[in-house]
Write a protein that binds this ligand. Structure first.
Ligand SMILES: Nc1ncnc2c1ncn2[C@@H]1O[C@H](COP(=O)(O)OP(=O)(O)OP(=O)(O)O)[C@@H](O)[C@H]1O
Ligand SMILES: [K+]
Ligand SMILES: [Mg+2]
Length: 678
């Protein structure tokens, strides 16, 4: 580990040198001050060379270089990954569909938003988009590193495909949703390279604190000179610069950006792409996690598994209506009902397919999360509907029909088992609608959920499942999955409202979801993790994408966020404690010539004022290098209470920060004092 890090450091040395450019450095005011100091002492050493001034100058430049190295090494880790991604972004040819249905071949870079392209087995998907027709298995290993094929299909919440991935079987039509150069892979590259990285609010606040401290120390060191002159010992400019650099918080100033980059990088290692550093930090402070049910807690391919007719209705009649209402329903639920009813013996050829129905003048009622219903109005005036029990019952009553009492029994039975009941109703031409029965949609809870939600509970995070499903189904699934609470029959607006309510009082909320109806909530949440299997809308709205589509990944995300905050806090504590200690370690040695009484305070017994000064500067520079591994790896995170964590860190990094300089400077002084001419 250490040796490989040394190698990486060596490889990134050119990048560190390139960062000596002040146009880069101004982003870090503390290091910028060291840079100005280095330029100053360089000029002074040329004008009036001495072993001391040359020594200080060399080590001041080393300080700036080490700070750059920390950042360069952190960025370097992402660069390798970016190179791999670039290789997958090969030139593709797209088969674009014209309005009249004819195909033309165009370069993938020529695709515009809204274009439709055909992709068949063995071909690379030319851009990001949503599948609008067909089902296919897709190899997404180019972005996820996972070789198992995944299913992408039109209509549902698993319709998003990523440019650069390969279709393994079948044929799909994809509507392009990203412009060339702004695709998911382009964004991933920019992200892992740190090109799009901006300072987070916490980083800005810390930078302001560090800059303020720096200004205070510039003034304080400036005030030392008159005192020194008064006591008859004018200090050289080199000494003043050296003293200043030792006192300002160079350690944290040097490592701050590396800590942030490394945090993002740790997420990438877990297959999570964070679009902003702010989201990573927010994850460290999350108190509530909202999860969407279907596709997040469950596998998300709700499939028809049973037909339950109500009293006095024949099973065939229910099957026929369920088939008709689903013919044009492109959702996975709809397609599974068509498959099931055909297998069940519905005569598809007699009833006709979608095109035939449409041609004859049938009107399709598409499913929406708000109406919770879908269906068709047939040319002869008959109307068929299917959907959530409450929605279809309401429709039946509004149109003058009545709902029998046995419906509720069937609906509740299916719900209690964790299934989703879809009620089917039909109105003959000119007649009031009547309920025919229920389709039982089955969905399976992903394994291992309960254990991981228990882990979140230990971290102090409350989990709430939100679903468009009815309260009974929601309750059954919530119990099986082990979430703390649930909200049923939630519309997209309800999801938003719940997040806003949770956010009251400054609490941070995370949300995982996959559907288009989750998009507004994902955007509103402080941490919005979109499943990679989800829709483009969800992926656009969130500020993180989980390539593995694992909702419990949030545990890792929270741990990484906490670790980032803790690491930054620990190293800030260490840095400032260090500076204070350095002050007490070197001041007595510096002034011992003027005030012999200070000898009593010179407990370190440093050999001479200039040796003490130079040793402190060297120590100051070496501390940065020594802490690069910790900045990159992060302080170890344990699920402790925030209070216990703070106490522990103050002890380790605060006390450590005070002690280490005394030992370090003494050791360096023993070596430095051997240099002739000092
Ligand atoms: N294709 C469909 N046709 C008619 N009704 C449907 C269809 N799909 C789902 N429904 C009904 O609408 C309700 C809401 O579905 P939706 O998929 O929007 O839920 P959701 O908000 O995504 O919830 P979840 O958290 O479970 O994903 C479902 O519980 C079901 O009763
Ligand atoms: K310092
Ligand atoms: Mg959903």
């Amino acid at each position: 580990m250490t040796s490989s890090l040394a190698l990486t450091a060596w490889q990134n040395l050119p990048a560190a040198f390139a960062k000596l450019d002040p146009r880069h450095l101004w982003r870090s005011p503390v290091i910028m001050v060291v840079w100005v100091g280095s330029v100053l002492t360089t000029v002074l050493s040329v004008l009036d060379p001495s072993v001391f001034s040359v020594g200080v100058t060399v080590w001041l430049w080393a300080t700036v270089l080490f700070a750059n190295l920390a950042e360069a090494v952190a960025e370097g880790r992402g660069k390798a990954q970016a190179d791999t991604l670039r290789r997958t972004r090969t030139e593709t040819t797209a088969r674009r569909l014209a309005a009249d249905g004819t195909e033309e071949e165009v370069p993938g870079t020529a695709l515009a938003l809204g274009d439709h392209v055909v992709v068949e087995a063995g071909q690379v998907i030319p851009g990001d988009g949503d599948v609008v027709e067909g089902v296919a298995t897709v190899d997404e290993s180019a972005i996820t590193g996972e070789s198992a094929p995944v299913i992408r299909e039109s209509g549902g919440d698993r319709c998003a495909v990523t440019g650069g991935t390969t279709v393994l079987s079948d044929r799909i039509v994809v509507r392009i949703t990203s412009k060339p150069g702004e695709t998911f892979i382009d964004r991933m590259i920019a992200l892992v390279e740190g090109a799009s990285r901006q300072k987070t609010p916490n980083e800005i606040a810390l930078s302001i604190l560090l800059t303020t401290l720096t200004i205070i120390f510039v003034l304080a060191v400036g005030a030392i000179q008159p005192m020194a002159v008064y006591s008859g010992q004018r200090l050289s400019m080199v000494v003043l610069v050296a003293l200043l650099v030792c006192l300002i918080p160079t350690t944290i100033g040097a490592l701050l950006s590396a800590i942030g980059i490394a945090g993002m990088d740790r997420l990438v290692q877990r297959n999570v792409l964070a679009m902003s550093g702010r989201a990573v930090e927010a994850a460290g402070d999350v108190s509530t996690l909202l999860l969407d049910k279907t596709g997040t807690i469950t596998y998300g391919n709700r499939r028809a598994s049973e037909l339950v007719p109500v009293h006095s209705v024949a099973r065939e009649e229910l099957a026929r209506a369920a088939y008709l209402s689903s013919l044009a329903d492109e959702t996975p639920e709809g397609r599974s009902i068509v498959e099931y009813t055909v297998e069940d013996g519905v005569d598809a050829s007699a009833l006709g397919d979608v095109t035939a129905l449409r041609r004859a003048g049938a009107e399709v009622v598409e499913f929406s999360a708000t109406t919770r219903m879908s269906g068709v109005d047939l040319p002869d005036g008959a109307r068929v509907r299917k959907g959530a029990g409450s929605a279809v019952s309401a429709w039946v009553r509004e149109n003058g029909g009545t709902v029998g009492s046995d419906l509720e029994v069937h609906v509740d039975g299916i719900s209690a088992s964790g299934g989703t009941p879809l009620v089917v109703a039909e109105a003959a031409p000119g007649e009031a609608p009547r309920v025919l029965g229920v389709v039982h949609l089955k969905d399976v809870v992903k394994p291992g959920m309960a254990e991981r939600f228990a882990q979140l509970r230990e971290m102090g995070i409350r989990t709430v499942m939100i679903t468009g499903d009815n309260p009974l189904t929601a309750k059954a699934i919530a119990e099986e999955a082990g979430v703390d609470d649930y909200l049923a029959e939630a519309t997209p607006e309800d999801k938003m409202a719940l997040i806003k309510k949770e956010q009251e009082g400054g609490r941070l909320v995370a949300m995982t979801g996959d559907g288009t109806n989750d998009a507004p909530a994902l955007a509103q949440a402080d941490v919005g993790v979109a499943m990679n299997t989800g829709t483009s809308a969800a992926k656009e709205a969130g500020n993180m994408v989980d390539l593995d589509s694992d909702p419990t990944k949030l545990i890792d995300v929270v741990a990484i966020g906490k670790q980032l905050l803790i690491t930054r806090g620990a190293l800030t504590t260490f840095s400032i404690a260090n500076d204070v200690a350095k002050y007490f370690a070197i001041i007595p040695a510096m002034f011992v010539g003027v005030f012999p009484g200070l000898q009593a305070l010179n407990v370190m017994g440093l050999s001479s004022p200039s040796s003490a000064m130079l040793s402190a500067v060297i120590f100051n520079a070496l501390v940065i290098v020594a802490l690069i591994p910790l900045a990159l790896r992060g302080v170890r995170y344990r699920p402790l209470s925030a209070h216990a964590m703070l106490r522990r860190n103050l002890l380790v990094y605060g006390l450590g920060g005070v002690v280490v300089p005394f030992v370090g400077i003494k050791a360096i002084d023993l070596v430095v004092s051997l240099i002739p001419g000092l």
